[in-house]
Design a protein around this ligand. Structure first.
Ligand code: FMN
Length: 450
């Protein structure tokens, strides 16, 4: 192993009533004070004590109420029905920590680029260079309905618009030269007029004039996270992303995709070393393998079928409520699933059917469940991480939790020391910014244009 290469760890966070798995709130050790600042400050401190690179919040701009077109089941079953504004929550976590990176998801489809540029550059200032933005184009029509549209724009159109969105955001971020502010009382000059530029963007989808109102930030600009998995999504991620999330189900697929994505980054004219890839992972940790297996078995009793169908409907932008469980879906139904294409493709591929049943979707996707956990004591978990990291199939891991905050507490107590013992993970932070943790250099102004 290259001794300088170290695993990146990312805590997958939700500012909601459960983790990504609805059953999380039913776990006997789950905390329910999720609208209380102490809950998030505690999680931030746990992640920082485990020297995580960052904690990052996912987001969706609607409850998962696509199933049956009704939110009653969503709130009754607690299926991701609480969703706080992630940046506000992150700010409080930044105040409780001094080195942990802090990322949040924001949609390019529903917010104006000037606003998003300002939110994240402000966050970068307020956290001393620890901010990251997970760029998503959003997936379903219920988000559109909350945000003033009737339906979500088509998949590739969302990415086309997102490309222009990113040009504006990066353009604004670059408009203040690093040494623009002098605040010189003697000359009466606050900032050099020729070092603050106007963007004057007038494009196909957007207009934004500037000048931008936030000076250049400690990291140059916040770290860009992206998780596109489709062809168009990977093209976008390779152009803009600095930390890419993947959800590969096994080592061979992950290894293939790792190579393919790094090649796509090179094809986009960028340095592959400056783009880190982290794979989504659900650990179930115990002091021993058998304790971890018991924990997994107990957890598997918590989810129910409504969780699965509700999250499938939401993710695929398709209402499963009027289908029988063993009814094969029609080609029209399958074509109407315009949400996360990866879920649909995974089910078609795994079953070998063009018209899978609802049960196929539930079983293969594992949505709403603890689908492909890594179960074990410290050694089994570290073996798994070591193999994926050294193959290489990824540069790091997005650690998702079974329940909060216990899943992170266990991970930090049991797995982190074993990774450190093996020389795979830092024993202290080597810098204070998120770019320092990830080994990403400061972006040069205008470099994104190439
Ligand atoms: C770890 C991970 C986290 C994600 N978080 C979000 C999120 O918070 N909000 C969202 O709308 N999409 C999220 N996505 C979905 C991606 O942005 C993307 O839409 C999805 O992976 C499908 O790829 P595609 O857009 O190229 O079809 C996430 C994906 C992964 C793998």
């Amino acid at each position: 192993m290259n001794s300088t290469r170290q695993i990146s760890l990312i805590g997958f966070l939700q500012a909601q009533n459960c983790t990504t798995i609805p059953a999380a709130w039913r776990h006997p050790q789950a905390r329910h004070d999720v609208t209380n600042v102490d809950f998030y400050r505690h999680i931030a401190k746990v992640l920082e004590s485990g020297l995580f690179d960052l904690g990052f919040f996912d987001d969706r701009l609607a409850m998962p109420d696509m199933y049956g077109g009704d939110h009653r089941h969503t709130v009754e079953q607690g299926i991701r029905c609480v969703k706080l504004d992630a940046v506000t929550v992150l700010t409080t976590m930044g105040m409780a920590t001094s080195q942990l990176g802090l990322g949040a998801t924001y949609s390019t489809t529903y917010f104006p680029p000037f606003h998003v540029a300002r939110v994240f550059s402000t966050l970068d200032h307020m956290t001393g260079g620890r901010a990251a933005w997970n760029v998503v184009t959003s997936v379903n029509d219920n988000e559109a309905r909350n945000m003033g549209l009737l339906e979500a724009p088509p998949h590739d159109v969302r990415y086309d618009r997102a490309d222009e969105f990113m040009e504006i955001v990066h353009g604004h971020w670059d408009t203040w030269e690093a040494d623009a502010i002098v605040a010189d009382r003697a000359s009466g000059i606050y900032a050099h007029g020729d070092k603050v530029h106007r963007l004057d963007h007038d494009g196909e989808h957007y207009r934004s004039r500037g000048p931008f109102t936030v000076p250049r930030t400690p990291q140059g600009h916040p770290v860009i996270i992206q998780a596109g998995q489709s062809g168009r999504g990977i093209e976008f991620a390779s152009r803009w992303g600095e930390l890419l999330f993947m959800a590969n189900p096994n080592l061979s697929r992950a290894t293939e995709n790792y190579k393919a994505v790094k090649s796509a980054v090179v094809a986009a004219g960028r340095d592959p070393e400056q783009v880190k890839i982290a794979n989504l992972t659900f650990p179930v940790v115990g002091r021993t393998l058998s304790e971890a297996e018991d924990r997994r078995a107990a957890y598997d009793l918590l989810p129910n079928l409504v969780d699965d169908l509700s999250l499938l409907s939401e993710g695929l932008n398709f209402d499963f409520s009027d289908k029988e469980l063993d009814e094969p879906l029609s080609p029209e139904d399958v074509a109407a699933m315009t949400g996360i294409q990866g879920i649909r493709n995974q089910v078609i591929e795994a079953t070998g059917k063009d018209n899978p049943t609802v049960r196929d979707f539930v079983t293969v996707s594992g949505r709403g469940r603890l689908a492909h956990p890594v179960v074990g004591g410290p050694n089994e978990l570290a073996d798994y991480f070591e193999e994926w990291f050294t193959t290489p199939a990824c540069d790091g891991f997005v650690i998702a939790g079974t329940h909060m905050p216990g899943a992170f507490e266990d991970f930090v107590e049991l797995v982190v020391p074993e990774l450190q013992r093996r020389g795979l993970f830092r024993t202290e932070y080597s810098g204070n910014t998120l770019r320092d943790h990830l080994g990403l250099s400061q972006p040069q102004p205008g470099a994104w244009r190439q």
